[in-house]
Unconditional design. Structure first.
Length: 387
C-alpha cells in the first residue's frame, strides 16, 4: 500500500546503517529496508500492483537540459516501470523518463522521446531486487545522455539525432509512466533539474536529502521531493494525500490570499438555490438555510488553476445541524458534519484542483452556520498527489 511518513516503519536503534563501497551515509541513519536516507520513503506498489503513483503536475520541458535523481528500492523489476516520467502519451511521447527495465535482465534505463525523432535508451548492468540504489539520469541536449548508479557512470549514449522540442502539457509522475506502467518498490529523495549535473555533483547529492544540498547544487533545481512526509489534510478524507515539494518549502510557503476577506463584495457571490441566503460582514459569511434544502455560495473571479494545490482554512460557528463543505473548482471535499467532534472550530486542509471552474464553493444544508477566518492560498512548487 502506498504510504509516507507515519505509514511506514520508523528506524529502530538496533538497525544497520547502509554501507556502499565501504562508505556510510553521512547522516548515519539507522534503517530498515524502506529507509535509505530520509526519515521515510514512498511505498509505491511495493507488495503488489495497486495502481499507486504520485502525480506532481505539469513540469515545463522544451529543448533544454534535464537531470533526474532518486533513491530507489525495487521489490519487483517491471519493464518500463517509471521512477519519474515527464512524458506525454501522444505522438512520439515527447519528454524524458528514468525507469526500470527487464529487456536484458533487471536494470535501470533512461529514455528521451522527441517528436519526430523517436527515442534513445541507455541501460545499466543487471541489478538486484530488495537493495537500495541511487539512480541519476542526465540529458545533455548538446549531444549525450548519461546514466549514473550509486554515483558511477554506467552508460552514455549520443542524442545528437534528437534535437526537437520535448514540450507537452501532461503531468509528471513518480512511480508510473504515461503508458500507466507502474514502479514496484520504494522511492525517496527525488530531484529534478533544468541543467546537466556533473558526476561530482551526482556523487555529492546522493548522500543528501534536501536540507543537505548546497546553494550550487540547488542551481536550476526545479523540484525536490524527500517523500518522507505528507501534508496533513485530516479534514479532507478523500483518499488522496498531498506530498511536499521540499524545494519550495513544503506546504507552508504559500502564495497570497486568493480569497481575501477585504475583497469580499456582492459581485463575488453567486447563491444557489435562491430560497436560501448568505450575508457578508468583514469577511464573515452567515448562511440562513431555514427555507431551503441547501445553500451554495460560489466565490467568483478567483485565480484557481488546474493541477495546483491549495491550502484552505476557515472557522465554523453557530453550526446548528446537517453538513458543511468547501471545494476548489469541482473538487468537493468530504462534508464536515454537525455531529463531528470539533465541527465547530478551525479546519485546515489541502486540495489539488483537477478540473472545474476557477471558483471556490461553500455549501451547507445546515439550518444556519457562520464561516469566518476564510483563507485560500496557493501552495508553491510541484506538490504531488498520491493516488
Amino acid at each position: 500500500m502506498l504510504g509516507l511518513g507515519a505509514h511506514i516503519n520508523k528506524p529502530s536503534s538496533t538497525g544497520l546503517t547502509i554501507v556502499t563501497g565501504n562508505r556510510v551515509l553521512q547522516h548515519e541513519y539507522y534503517v530498515n529496508p524502506v529507509q535509505p536516507l530520509s526519515d521515510g520513503a514512498a511505498d509505491i506498489n511495493a507488495d503488489a500492483a495497486n495502481n499507486e503513483y504520485i502525480d506532481v503536475g505539469a513540469i515545463a520541458i522544451a529543448d533544454g537540459d534535464v537531470s533526474i535523481s532518486a533513491w530507489v528500492h525495487v521489490t519487483t523489476f517491471v519493464n518500463e516501470g517509471a521512477i519519474l516520467s515527464n512524458r506525454t502519451t501522444s505522438g512520439n511521447r515527447q519528454g524524458v523518463e528514468l525507469r526500470c527495465g527487464t529487456d536484458s535482465g533487471n536494470q535501470f534505463e533512461m529514455i528521451i522521446d522527441e517528436d519526430p525523432s523517436g527515442s534513445v535508451v541507455s541501460a545499466s548492468a543487471a541489478k538486484n531486487t530488495n537493495q537500495w540504489y541511487h539512480v541519476c539520469g542526465v540529458w545533455d541536449r548538446s549531444g549525450s545522455q548519461y546514466l549514473y548508479v550509486d554515483g558511477v557512470l554506467e552508460a552514455s549514449v549520443g542524442i545528437t539525432a534528437c534535437q526537437d522540442s520535448l514540450a507537452h502539457s501532461q503531468e509528471a509522475r513518480i512511480g508510473r509512466n504515461h503508458g500507466n506502467t507502474e514502479f514496484r518498490g520504494y522511492i525517496c529523495n527525488v530531484g529534478y533539474w533544468d541543467r546537466v549535473l556533473t558526476q561530482a555533483e551526482v556523487k555529492s547529492i546522493m548522500w543528501k536529502n534536501y536540507a543537505g544540498l548546497t546553494s550550487s547544487e540547488k542551481e536550476d533545481l526545479v523540484s525536490w521531493w524527500n517523500l518522507d512526509s505528507v501534508i496533513d489534510s485530516a479534514d479532507l478524507n478523500d483518499g488522496d494525500t498531498t506530498v511536499y515539494d521540499n524545494h519550495h518549502g513544503g506546504g507552508e510557503v504559500l502564495g497570497s490570499e486568493i480569497t481575501p476577506a477585504s475583497d469580499f463584495s456582492s459581485s463575488d457571490f453567486e447563491t444557489n438555490p435562491s430560497a436560501g441566503s448568505v450575508s457578508e460582514d468583514n469577511g464573515t459569511l452567515t448562511f440562513d438555510n431555514s427555507s431551503s434544502s441547501g445553500v451554495q455560495v460560489q466565490l467568483k473571479n478567483r485565480d484557481i488553476s488546474s493541477d495546483k494545490t491549495y491550502k484552505i482554512s476557515f472557522t465554523l460557528s453557530d453550526f446548528t445541524s446537517g453538513t458543511f463543505r468547501i471545494s476548489v473548482g469541482n473538487n468537493i471535499t468530504t462534508a464536515i458534519s454537525y455531529n463531528d467532534v470539533g465541527a465547530e472550530g478551525t479546519h485546515t486542509f489541502y486540495v489539488t484542483k483537477t478540473g472545474g471552474s476557477a471558483r471556490n464553493y461553500f455549501y451547507t444544508n445546515s439550518t444556519s452556520v457562520v464561516v469566518s477566518n476564510i483563507s485560500v492560498k496557493l501552495v508553491n512548487g510541484n506538490t504531488g498527489t498520491l493516488s
